[in-house]
Design a protein around this ligand. Structure first.
Ligand code: UN1
Length: 510
């Protein structure tokens, strides 16, 4: 099988047969080992990349630090204007970049385009934000004193992104960080170097057109154990924003905290949908289907568990079975397919292994879970299992289209308790038309997740609110609301214009 339109996509995005994987924003280089980008669609090598080594890393962080000196002094709305131009450039390349996301990572073309749209949205958001970096002021207890807080640029932001959202997660961090006056260094996941190179090239055009220095945004494709590790221990990287597994996230937190650096952690989820006696079944089933099967179950927000009230269980299983039966699996560039491949053969093995563990632990597989041999790619069928809530594997995040159905009975609080009884706390949903049930779910004894939705699925959040979760999900927040504050340095200021010395708390020291 051939990947349709591949040459054209690569040409539009200026991807060569062999590419450099390191860029300081002006030039390309890469003195590390060569790597290949392989498409999960058919196992084809798309292009090669010369990765960065330790010296390249040093060169880049130096450029980042140097650029920070001028970038932080540029008025915020002018920085916002640069981000706006990046958003315009992305609009021009939306089709090609969305296709490359699909080719390199395997998500459906609709989702590939959706991801680029998420980038455009965050650029618009960050442009507006650049005029809204508000600090609070309050009244002093002292005569003719003024107190206010202001937000200063923080420094260099290290962005380590995951394979499943190869471009959007970077842009959430980049857009906000640039508006805030920081400079950025990006280490993408090793599966998806080409989308990162394409993004950097689009951004470099804007940097060039505006005569900006190198180091505003740098790209570092290289092994985590080599260059990623340097970023964690480097005191010049003020904030590390990491998206990925809880296991690596713990290591990132430890290393960066050792030097009192800041972190934003977006780690694993184990997201549940609660279906109550008052749920609209069609609505719930559609959301569950997209949540569990969309992106082949490889979102941190993917629906992993459905907690359904006893009397609705058979109806739910029947509706889901009908929906799953209509899921078309195959080349994700073909828009008639809803599900593409998993990211690589390792992911397929991990998925099949998880299914064996479910069976061994006493779960009942209802359908799916086969490996498909067609097209030389990493295709599987999505699966559903009925399980007890306390199965060990149910408490883990299996990054694949494996959905657990768990029954509850009695009060809604029972369902919420099951939902909260896992180590992760990213996203959650309830399907109900009952006010008491939905308010209980959203209340203090309700969902303990960073995201809690009513009649909306667990995945597919918009950029306007803060994105992230609690517990082993890491506690970080990115994207909208006031997440920008994490990318800045807060300063509290007191100004005395009384001409007299007066101490707070009424202390006399004469
Ligand atoms: C991720 O899977 O790392 O809410 C991010 C969503 C997307 C982002 C997912 N907007 O599903």
């Amino acid at each position: 099988m051939k990947i349709d339109g591949l040459e054209d996509v690569l040409k539009q995005l200026e991807i060569e047969e062999t590419n450099y994987g390191a860029s300081d924003g002006h030039e390309w280089f890469g003195n590390g080992a060569e790597t290949k980008s392989v498409s999960p669609i058919n196992g084809q090598v798309i292009a090669k990349v010369k990765q960065a080594n330790k010296d390249d890393y040093e060169r880049m962080v130096k450029a980042n630090r140097e650029a920070f000196k001028t970038w932080r002094e540029m008025p915020a709305p002018k920085r916002g204007e640069i981000v706006r131009q990046f958003g315009l450039a992305l609009r021009e390349k939306k089709d090609a970049l969305g296709r490359l996301v699909t080719i390199e990572m395997g998500k459906s073309l609709q989702e590939g385009w959706g991801e680029v749209q998420e980038m455009i949205d965050i650029c618009d958001y960050a442009t507006g934000l650049s005029r809204m970096l508000y600090g609070k002021q309050t009244h002093s207890e002292r005569f003719r004193h003024r107190m206010y807080e202001q937000w200063h640029p923080l420094g260099v932001v290290g962005i380590i992104s995951a394979f499943n959202f190869p471009v959007a997660v970077w842009s959430w961090n980049l857009g906000i960080a640039l508006a805030c006056g920081d400079t950025c260094i990006w280490k993408p996941a090793s599966h998806v170097p080409l989308t990162a190179i394409a993004c950097q090239k689009i951004l470099m055009r804007v940097i060039k057109e505006n005569d900006l220095p190198a180091g505003i945004s740098t790209l570092l494709i290289g092994r985590g154990s080599e260059v990623g590790e340097l970023m964690l221990t480097d005191k010049h990287v003020n904030l590390v924003s990491y998206t990925g597994s809880t296991k690596i996230g713990r290591h990132v937190a430890e290393e960066v905290s050792k030097r009192f650096g800041k972190t934003i952690l977006e780690l694993g989820g184990n997201n549940a949908v609660i279906v109550t006696p008052h749920a609209e079944m069609e609505l719930a089933a559609r959301a569950i289907l997209f949540g569990a099967v969309g992106t082949a179950g490889q979102r941190c927000t993917s629906t992993r568990r459905v907690i359904v009230e006893k009397s609705r269980k058979e109806e739910l299983i029947k509706t889901l079975k009908d929906y799953y039966g209509r899921v078309t699996i195959g080349n994700p560039l073909d828009q008639s397919n809803l599900m593409g491949p998993l990211v690589d053969t390792g992911a397929v093995d991990m998925y099949l292994e998880a299914i064996e563990i479910v069976k061994k632990q006493g779960g009942k597989m209802l359908w799916g879970g086969e490996k498909l041999d067609h097209e030389g790619g990493c295709y599987v069928t999505p699966s559903v299992a009925e399980v007890r809530r306390d199965l060990e594997i149910v408490c883990e995040e299996t990054f694949a289209p494996l959905l657990y159905i768990i029954e509850y009975s009695g009060d809604i609080q029972n369902a919420i308790d099951i939902q909260n009884d896992v180590p992760q706390g990213l996203s959650s949903s309830i399907f109900t038309n009952d006010l008491i049930e939905s308010e209980t779910f959203l209340g203090h004894t309700g969902s303990d997740c960073g995201i809690a939705n009513v009649n909306v699925g667990t995945s597919g959040a918009e950029i306007g609110l803060a994105f992230g979760g609690e517990k082993e999900t890491g506690g970080g927040r990115e994207s909208g609301s006031d997440a920008w504050k994490l990318y800045m340095r807060r300063q509290s200021n007191t100004i005395n214009w009384s001409g007299k010395a007066e101490l707070a708390q009424g202390i006399k020291f004469d």
